[in-house]
Design a protein around this ligand. Structure first.
Ligand SMILES: O=C(O)CCC(=O)C(=O)O
Length: 190
Protein backbone atom coordinates (compact mmCIF):
# COMPACT_ATOMS: atom_id res chain seq x y z
CA UNK A 1 0.00 0.00 0.00
CA UNK A 2 1.37 3.39 -1.03
CA UNK A 3 1.21 6.02 1.75
CA UNK A 4 -0.20 9.31 0.39
CA UNK A 5 2.55 11.80 1.39
CA UNK A 6 3.69 14.70 -0.83
CA UNK A 7 7.44 14.97 -1.54
CA UNK A 8 7.93 11.37 -0.40
CA UNK A 9 7.91 7.74 -1.49
CA UNK A 10 6.57 5.55 1.29
CA UNK A 11 5.12 2.08 1.01
CA UNK A 12 3.62 -0.15 3.72
CA UNK A 13 3.31 -3.95 3.55
CA UNK A 14 1.30 -5.17 6.54
CA UNK A 15 2.09 -8.93 6.44
CA UNK A 16 5.62 -8.99 5.09
CA UNK A 17 6.12 -11.84 7.58
CA UNK A 18 3.28 -14.16 8.63
CA UNK A 19 2.27 -14.09 12.30
CA UNK A 20 4.17 -17.34 13.01
CA UNK A 21 7.33 -16.11 11.29
CA UNK A 22 7.10 -12.75 13.05
CA UNK A 23 6.65 -14.44 16.48
CA UNK A 24 9.72 -16.62 15.90
CA UNK A 25 11.81 -13.68 14.63
CA UNK A 26 10.86 -11.49 17.59
CA UNK A 27 11.97 -14.13 20.15
CA UNK A 28 15.20 -14.80 18.26
CA UNK A 29 16.11 -11.10 18.01
CA UNK A 30 15.62 -10.58 21.74
CA UNK A 31 18.22 -13.35 22.33
CA UNK A 32 20.68 -12.75 19.51
CA UNK A 33 21.34 -9.01 19.33
CA UNK A 34 23.77 -7.04 21.49
CA UNK A 35 21.15 -4.78 23.08
CA UNK A 36 22.35 -1.82 25.11
CA UNK A 37 21.00 1.51 26.26
CA UNK A 38 22.73 4.26 24.31
CA UNK A 39 23.28 7.93 25.11
CA UNK A 40 22.02 10.93 23.16
CA UNK A 41 23.20 14.54 23.34
CA UNK A 42 20.17 16.84 23.64
CA UNK A 43 20.18 20.54 24.61
CA UNK A 44 23.78 20.42 25.85
CA UNK A 45 23.46 17.29 28.01
CA UNK A 46 23.91 13.54 27.64
CA UNK A 47 20.78 11.45 28.34
CA UNK A 48 20.09 7.70 28.32
CA UNK A 49 18.02 6.84 25.23
CA UNK A 50 14.43 5.84 26.12
CA UNK A 51 14.85 2.46 24.37
CA UNK A 52 17.52 -0.22 23.86
CA UNK A 53 19.46 -0.37 20.61
CA UNK A 54 21.88 -2.56 18.66
CA UNK A 55 23.92 -1.88 15.54
CA UNK A 56 24.80 -4.83 13.29
CA UNK A 57 26.12 -5.09 9.76
CA UNK A 58 29.02 -5.64 7.48
CA UNK A 59 32.44 -5.87 9.10
CA UNK A 60 33.43 -2.80 11.13
CA UNK A 61 31.03 -0.36 9.50
CA UNK A 62 30.96 2.80 11.59
CA UNK A 63 27.78 4.77 12.01
CA UNK A 64 27.72 8.28 13.47
CA UNK A 65 24.50 8.82 15.37
CA UNK A 66 23.62 11.61 17.84
CA UNK A 67 27.25 12.63 18.23
CA UNK A 68 28.51 9.05 18.83
CA UNK A 69 30.28 6.50 16.63
CA UNK A 70 28.96 2.95 16.68
CA UNK A 71 30.97 0.06 15.18
CA UNK A 72 28.80 -2.69 13.69
CA UNK A 73 28.51 -6.08 15.38
CA UNK A 74 28.37 -8.99 12.89
CA UNK A 75 25.06 -10.12 11.36
CA UNK A 76 23.25 -12.59 13.63
CA UNK A 77 21.63 -15.70 12.03
CA UNK A 78 18.16 -14.12 12.14
CA UNK A 79 19.37 -10.76 10.78
CA UNK A 80 21.04 -12.66 7.94
CA UNK A 81 17.79 -14.51 7.21
CA UNK A 82 15.82 -11.23 7.10
CA UNK A 83 18.45 -9.52 4.97
CA UNK A 84 18.34 -12.42 2.48
CA UNK A 85 14.57 -12.03 2.28
CA UNK A 86 14.95 -8.28 1.57
CA UNK A 87 17.57 -9.06 -1.09
CA UNK A 88 15.00 -11.26 -2.89
CA UNK A 89 13.11 -8.00 -3.45
CA UNK A 90 16.19 -6.29 -4.91
CA UNK A 91 17.37 -4.40 -1.82
CA UNK A 92 21.01 -4.63 -0.69
CA UNK A 93 21.31 -3.08 2.80
CA UNK A 94 24.70 -3.41 4.50
CA UNK A 95 23.68 -2.53 8.07
CA UNK A 96 20.76 -2.45 10.47
CA UNK A 97 19.89 -0.26 13.44
CA UNK A 98 17.72 -2.24 15.86
CA UNK A 99 15.54 -0.55 18.47
CA UNK A 100 13.84 -2.31 21.36
CA UNK A 101 10.94 -0.44 22.98
CA UNK A 102 10.66 -2.34 26.26
CA UNK A 103 7.14 -1.01 26.87
CA UNK A 104 4.98 1.99 25.91
CA UNK A 105 7.19 4.44 27.84
CA UNK A 106 10.04 3.81 25.42
CA UNK A 107 9.92 6.07 22.36
CA UNK A 108 11.86 7.90 19.66
CA UNK A 109 11.64 11.66 19.03
CA UNK A 110 11.25 13.60 15.77
CA UNK A 111 14.17 13.15 13.36
CA UNK A 112 15.04 12.30 9.74
CA UNK A 113 17.39 9.53 8.71
CA UNK A 114 19.57 11.99 6.81
CA UNK A 115 23.11 11.41 8.06
CA UNK A 116 25.63 12.08 5.24
CA UNK A 117 26.84 8.45 5.19
CA UNK A 118 23.33 7.34 4.12
CA UNK A 119 23.80 9.24 0.84
CA UNK A 120 21.20 11.21 -1.12
CA UNK A 121 17.67 9.73 -1.13
CA UNK A 122 18.40 6.78 1.21
CA UNK A 123 16.26 3.64 1.20
CA UNK A 124 15.20 2.77 4.75
CA UNK A 125 13.55 -0.64 5.27
CA UNK A 126 11.73 -0.62 8.59
CA UNK A 127 10.45 -3.90 10.03
CA UNK A 128 8.27 -4.15 13.12
CA UNK A 129 7.77 -7.03 15.57
CA UNK A 130 5.69 -7.23 18.74
CA UNK A 131 3.46 -4.49 20.16
CA UNK A 132 1.70 -2.39 17.53
CA UNK A 133 2.78 1.25 17.87
CA UNK A 134 1.85 4.47 16.08
CA UNK A 135 4.44 6.00 13.75
CA UNK A 136 4.09 9.68 12.82
CA UNK A 137 5.35 11.67 9.86
CA UNK A 138 5.65 15.51 9.90
CA UNK A 139 6.50 17.60 6.85
CA UNK A 140 9.45 19.91 7.59
CA UNK A 141 7.92 22.93 5.81
CA UNK A 142 4.12 22.55 5.78
CA UNK A 143 4.02 20.80 9.23
CA UNK A 144 1.37 18.45 7.78
CA UNK A 145 1.26 15.17 9.76
CA UNK A 146 0.34 11.57 8.95
CA UNK A 147 0.01 8.63 11.40
CA UNK A 148 0.29 4.95 10.61
CA UNK A 149 0.09 2.08 13.15
CA UNK A 150 2.97 -0.34 12.51
CA UNK A 151 1.81 -3.95 12.84
CA UNK A 152 3.65 -7.12 13.95
CA UNK A 153 5.50 -8.50 10.89
CA UNK A 154 5.08 -5.36 8.76
CA UNK A 155 7.56 -3.60 6.45
CA UNK A 156 7.59 0.17 5.92
CA UNK A 157 9.76 1.36 3.02
CA UNK A 158 10.89 5.00 2.98
CA UNK A 159 12.78 6.13 -0.11
CA UNK A 160 13.20 8.97 -2.65
CA UNK A 161 13.04 12.41 -1.04
CA UNK A 162 11.20 11.20 2.11
CA UNK A 163 14.06 11.99 4.54
CA UNK A 164 14.71 15.37 2.92
CA UNK A 165 11.16 16.64 3.39
CA UNK A 166 9.76 14.67 6.33
CA UNK A 167 10.64 13.83 9.93
CA UNK A 168 9.27 10.84 11.80
CA UNK A 169 8.74 9.83 15.43
CA UNK A 170 7.50 6.94 17.55
CA UNK A 171 5.51 8.55 20.41
CA UNK A 172 5.16 7.01 23.89
CA UNK A 173 2.00 5.02 24.66
CA UNK A 174 1.92 4.80 28.45
CA UNK A 175 -0.81 2.14 28.55
CA UNK A 176 1.15 -0.29 26.35
CA UNK A 177 2.99 -2.94 28.39
CA UNK A 178 4.33 -5.15 25.62
CA UNK A 179 7.71 -4.96 23.90
CA UNK A 180 8.26 -3.91 20.29
CA UNK A 181 11.34 -4.45 18.14
CA UNK A 182 12.06 -2.30 15.10
CA UNK A 183 14.78 -3.01 12.55
CA UNK A 184 15.80 -0.30 10.09
CA UNK A 185 17.98 -1.81 7.38
CA UNK A 186 20.07 0.80 5.54
CA UNK A 187 23.03 1.19 3.19
CA UNK A 188 25.97 3.05 4.66
CA UNK A 189 28.57 4.55 2.33
CA UNK A 190 31.85 5.03 4.16
O1 LIG B 1 10.82 2.28 15.75
C1 LIG B 1 10.51 2.83 14.70
O2 LIG B 1 9.59 2.43 14.00
C2 LIG B 1 11.26 4.07 14.29
C3 LIG B 1 12.75 3.84 14.18
C4 LIG B 1 13.45 5.03 13.61
O3 LIG B 1 12.88 6.07 13.41
C5 LIG B 1 14.87 4.95 13.28
O4 LIG B 1 15.52 3.92 13.55
O5 LIG B 1 15.39 5.93 12.73
Amino acid sequence: MKIPLNDAEVEYISEFFSKNEADRIQSALLEELSWHQGDVYVFGRWHKTPRLQAWHGEKELVYRYSGKSLTAEPWSPTLNEIRNRLMEYGFKPNAVLANQYRNGSDKMGWHSDDEPELGVNPIILSLSFGAQRDFDFRHKKTKETYRIPLEHGSLLIMKGSTQRFWQHQLPARKRENATRINLTFRSIFS
